[in-house]
Design a binder for this molecule. Structure first.
Ligand SMILES: *Cc1c(COP(=O)(O)O)cnc(C)c1O
Length: 416
């Protein structure tokens, strides 16, 4: 598989193999990650990457597009079929560029916009200060409720009446509950704002019918293609027909040059996979596992943000166990369980060393690890977090984890 790289660049070949081994031998609980299929990966590594295709199907700036046009058309048609969208653009390089294109298409620099605060589960691109969205726009952040830790729809409405945003973004990166699109729609209509849903994390669950779809409710919907959608690293924008021209123009020539045709083919393949009945079975396993793991962790005394989960994510406040999020995540990583430190709502600690960890079950479900295994997983997490400085515990758990997880082959990995 890696023969060409091996002879050309053994240093990189060794690192690719080592990363394959790491991915094979550890339990991946990073909520934004997944294993794309071998078919998706082969498309991404194909000669399609050699081709420049600025423009859109039937209107490209360079010749030789007969195959590319067809690939992009298939990707668009399949995504439309999954989500019932009126218009689809699959060219954004990733989730953040997709969001940037929406801003560029629909609002002007300095316009008031609203998004869920980053520490409350939103994304950088939803108006956070260090991001372009918080720099070039008059960004206002709505919070979750301090008690329930659910999105505070009333406060969101109050802020909207005060700042009269041109655009409201509803979307989540670290929020384990259903997003109530209708609540946002009412407010957006009342204040005359466009409503944008960012389903980067949950698009696979939406595709499977396990989270309410924003498509009929929102003006524009963005997503990554590599999280629960199980495709290549990429982005897409779905919108109502009335915004189609503005969105397409913002992506190209507004922000990007040539689309990554290899990625487009990967999106087409992932969309075909998402249309199969097996995808729904997988998505159900993702949600069932997250719920089971949440329950197991709660029983072991962990505090879950919002008390549980409806999707693939769990956010855990680990400080009650006498450890910060950074240390907990590092200790788990040493034990072969990979997640990330994460802020919790109203976090008294700093973003670099916050109070929580975020866990997701999408990647392990792609290996066939299911709800029935969550008791073992919770026990390992408990053991490690109870002794985060104990190298012997980390080593012991790591070897148990390796033995367990290698029995579940991961899609798309090289044999090492
Ligand atoms: C992951 C994510 C993005 C950004 O995706 P990238 O591909 O990392 O740029 C945007 N919005 C939300 C809600 C996300 O979770």
């Amino acid at each position: 598989m890696l023969d060409a790289i091996q002879s050309q660049d053994p240093e990189i070949a060794a690192l690719i193999l080592a990363e394959n081994r790491r991915q094979a031998e550890t339990i991946r609980l990073i909520a934004s990650e997944n294993y794309a299929s071998k078919a998706v990966q082969d498309a991404v590594g194909s000669a399609l990457a050699n081709k420049y295709s600025e423009g859109y199907g039937g209107k490209r700036y360079y010749e030789g597009q007969e195959n590319i046009d067809e690939i992009e058309r298939l990707a668009i048609e399949r995504v439309k079929q999954i989500f019932g969208a009126e218009h689809v653009n699959v060219q954004p390089y990733s989730g953040s560029p997709a969001n940037m294109a929406v801003y560029f298409a629909l609002v002007k620099a300095g316009d008031p916009v609203m998004g869920l605060g980053l520490p409350h589960g939103g994304h950088l691109t939803h108006g956070w200060g260090v991001n372009f969205s918080g720099t070039y726009y008059d960004a206002h952040q709505y919070p979750v409720d301090r008690e329930t830790e659910l999105i505070d729809y009333d406060e969101m409405a109050r802020i909207a009446r005060e700042v009269r945003p041109k655009m409201i973004i509803a979307g989540i990166s670290a929020y384990p509950r259903v997003v109530e699109w209708d609540r946002f729609r009412e407010v957006a209509d009342e204040v005359g704002a466009l409503l944008v849903a960012d389903i980067a994390h949950i698009s696979g669950l939406v595709a499977a019918g396990l989270h309410p779809s924003p498509i009929p409710v929102c003006d524009v919907v963005t997503s990554t293609t590599h999280k629960t959608f199980r495709g290549p690293r990429g982005g897409m924008i779905m919108c109502r027909a009335e915004h189609a021209a503005a969105i397409d123009k913002a992506v190209f020539p507004g922000l990007q040059g040539g689309p990554h045709n290899n990625t487009t083919a990967g999106i087409a393949i992932a969309a075909k996979e998402a249309l199969q009945p097996e995808f729904k079975v997988w998505a159900q396993a993702v949600v069932d596992s997250a719920r089971a793991l949440g329950e197991q962790l709660s029983e072991r005394g962990f505090r879950l943000i919002t008390g549980g989960t409806d999707n693939h994510m769990i956010v855990v406040d680990v400080t009650a166990r006498g450890v910060g999020g950074r240390k907990a995540a590092a200790a788990l990583n040493a034990a072969g369980i990979v997640c990330n430190a994460n802020s919790i709502p109203f976090d008294p600690r700093k973003p670099w060393d916050p109070s929580g960890i975020r866990i997701g079950t999408a990647a392990i479900a792609s290996r066939g690890v299911g709800a029935e295994h969550m008791g073992r997983l919770a026990a390992w997490i408990d053991r490690v977090i109870a002794a985060p400085d104990d190298a012997a515990v980390a080593a012991a758990v790591r070897s148990e984890v390796r033995e367990f997880i290698t029995a579940f082959p991961a899609p798309g990995l090289l044999d090492s």
